[in-house]
Ligand binder design. Structure first.
Ligand code: SAH
Ligand code: SF4
Length: 410
């Protein structure tokens, strides 16, 4: 499978283990729980109601501020309570089954988690860390695969799709911090990233991994509220971005209930082409999408909406398109992010020529918009935008039966 093959330039601190070796944690994990859920967990182990608020605060600190992986490390919690918690719960995060490091320092993790209830095999997603000067961005997945089948995106070709839980979403951040030593007092691995200004390695989060975050609204909301909570992970909402392909009915709720930055995968300025590139456009067309953006709660000139535009040679990259793009964004506090198309095995598009990207960018810049071209990162390990795809596929009924039969004869 291409995503997990090592290229000559990359190192592989963690080799991929076979899917069958995964053993799901026996008890539920506290990772991903909000305060109310932690209070319920404490009630379940017999903590009296009047103590719960204080205990929740302690758990919150140990799980989301310190990042401990064992109840034993929660030194401010009584031994008795630690034992009781160990019996009923875990602090499990998704399991890291492969790690690849790009020549440019980008890291990609393949993460494994339990399959569907009573289901076939464990599921896998990818998560990418992109270190940069003065900041480090973590690109998080919201679903296993994606139902939306954008024609230029590798993730859209994956057959099996399921929503990740809040724990599996925030768990990606915990795992990334574990791996790069980004907890208070933590030591990065010797081949690790360069420290950022201010001492944190992960300063920004983008929901731009696998999946459509607004199709998994509740879990994404829970996870991002945990990520931005000042008593725990504490990443400012201004440094968290949700990228959507245009799930119009959820855009307003995202602004009101999560309040993070919005990025919209536009990619085309006319409906017939956008219908082809982003099939969701047949449901919510460009005009509706622009209206939702115009009304996005909290969008101001200081908090602009990012419009992502993938540069596809001869498809959407004419200067006419650039001019139409500028016109379309009139009245919206916007910035435009031009993404050079990242090819993947079997993709049918080519990336626009560099000179064309420059000309396109100039039209936008001259109209008063910033139009940075996103430098592709981690291309050698297929970690760049739209290249993520995990091996998890739904088994056919026949394959499932064969697997069960094998298990029974073992
Ligand atoms: N599903 C969400 C978020 C994940 S995709 C969305 O579509 O917005 C993150 C970004 O990468 C999106 O803008 C997506 O359109 C873009 N993308 C997908 N495939 C790509 C590819 N092959 N090359 C460059 N960008 C791609
Ligand atoms: Fe899904 Fe986004 Fe890829 Fe489209 S671009 S298939 S919405 S992950």
């Amino acid at each position: 499978m291409a995503t997990t093959e090592m290229s000559a330039e990359t190192s592989s601190p963690i080799e991929k283990t076979p899917l069958e070796r995964y053993i799901a944690p026996a008890q539920p994990s506290l990772v991903g729980m909000n305060r109310a859920e932690l209070a319920e967990a404490l009630a379940a182990v017999g903590v009296p109601e009047k103590q719960r608020k204080m205990r929740v605060q302690q758990l919150w600190h140990w799980i989301y501020f310190r990042g401990v992986r064992s109840f034993d490390d929660m030194t401010s919690v009584s031994k008795e309570l630690r034992t009781a918690l160990t019996e009923k719960f875990t602090l499990a995060r998704p399991e890291v089954v492969a790690e690849q490091v790009s020549v440019d320092g980008t890291r990609k993790w393949l993460l494994r988690m339990a399959g569907e209830q009573g289901g076939d095999r464990p599921h896998e997603v990818e998560c990418v860390y992109i270190p940069d000067t003065g900041r480090g961005t973590l690109c998080i997945s919201s679903q296993v695969g994606c139902t939306l089948n954008c024609s230029f995106c590798h993730t859209g070709t994956q057959r099996l799709v399921r929503n990740l839980t809040a724990g599996e979403i925030i768990g990606q951040l915990l795992v990334a911090r574990d791996r790069i030593g980004d907890w208070p007092g933590g030591m990065p691995p010797s081949d690790g990233p360069v420290p950022m200004d201010g001492g944190r390695y992960i300063t920004n989060i983008v929901m731009m991994g696998m999946g459509e975050p607004l199709y998994n609204f509740d879990a994404v909301k829970e996870a991002l509220l945990i990520a931005s909570d000042g008593d725990g992970i504490g990443i400012s909402k201004r440094k968290i971005t949700i990228s959507t392909s245009g799930v119009v009915p959820m855009i307003e709720r995202a602004g009101n209930e999560i309040g993070v930055m919005l990025a919209v995968s536009l990619h085309a300025v006319r409906d017939p082409l956008r219908d082809e590139l982003v099939p969701l456009n047949r449901k919510y067309d460009i005009a509706e999408l622009m209206d939702a953006c115009r009304n996005y709660p909290g969008a101001t000139n200081a908090k602009r909406i990012t419009f992502e535009y993938v540069m596809l040679k001869g498809v959407n990259d004419s200067l006419d398109d650039a001019r139409a793009l500028v016109k379309l964004l009139e009245g919206i506090p916007a910035k435009i992010n031009l993404i050079p198309f990242n090819p993947w095995p079997g993709s049918k598009y080519e990336c626009s020529d560099w000179s064309q990207i420059e000309k396109f960018s100039e039209v936008i810049f001259n109209a008063g918009y910033s139009s940075p071209v996103r430098t592709p990162r981690g291309r050698d390990i297929l970690a760049a935008c739209g290249q993520l795809k995990s091996e998890t596929e739904k088994l056919s009924a026949r394959e499932r039966m064969a697997l069960r039969a094998m298990a029974m004869t073992e």
